[in-house]
Write a protein that binds this ligand. Structure first.
Ligand code: ADP
Length: 168
């Protein structure tokens, strides 16, 4: 069985991510969506919340598995016997970061290959951070994230705002 791992923060999942997962499914028998417990990023959703949202949205979809991991991706891959990393590319600015990551992973694990999928036109501008900003400022993220994600995001931002008010 040909498997690829699609790692990311997914904070939260967007239609851009979903597009990569669905296109990946056409190439691989299984796409393992791996939510990273990234120490250097301050996430809005916890690692479990991010994974649960994706699980809910892909429930019953063949060829998609959702996991979370902490630590080095290549170590997780080696435990699972997976050798291909799937990543998405939007802009030139993505490229530099992705290039460094791919080189770094290659250095750590020679057998690992990173494959890039170019975003599709209508998704090219979508990023988790832009969506969080839009929703935080009261805008609609319809067409950018599934309704479930928008609902969860609104709830989360409401809790954050209340906490800030309490702290004042
Ligand atoms: P990370 O923190 O690892 O970059 P992200 O959740 O931001 O995690 O992104 C995971 C992967 O999905 C990255 O390869 C990113 O470039 C890609 N990606 C994010 N949004 C899009 C999009 N709209 N179109 C294509 N790829 C995307």
């Amino acid at each position: 069985m040909k498997s690829a791992i699609y790692p990311g923060s997914f904070d939260p999942l967007t239609y851009g991510h979903i597009n990569i997962i669905n296109r990946g499914r056409k190439i691989f028998d299984r796409v393992v969506v791996a939510v990273a417990g990234n120490m250097s990023k301050n996430t809005t959703f916890t690692i479990d919340e991010r994974a649960d949202i994706i699980r809910e949205l892909f429930r019953g979809v063949k060829g998609v598995e959702v996991v979370s991991f902490r630590g080095l991706l290549v170590n997780y891959m080696s435990r699972r016997g997976i050798r291909t990393i799937l990543r998405g590319l939007r802009t030139f600015s993505d490229f530099e970061y992705e290039f460094q990551m791919a080189m770094g992973n290659k250095k750590l694990a020679q057998e690992v290959e990173t494959l890039f999928m170019i975003t599709e036109g209508e998704y090219s501008y979508i990023s988790s951070s832009i969506i969080k900003e839009i929703v935080a400022l009261g805008g609609s993220a319809r067409g950018m994230v599934p309704p479930l994600v928008e609902k969860q995001l609104r709830g989360k931002l409401r809790v954050e705002r209340a906490a800030v008010r309490r702290g004042r």
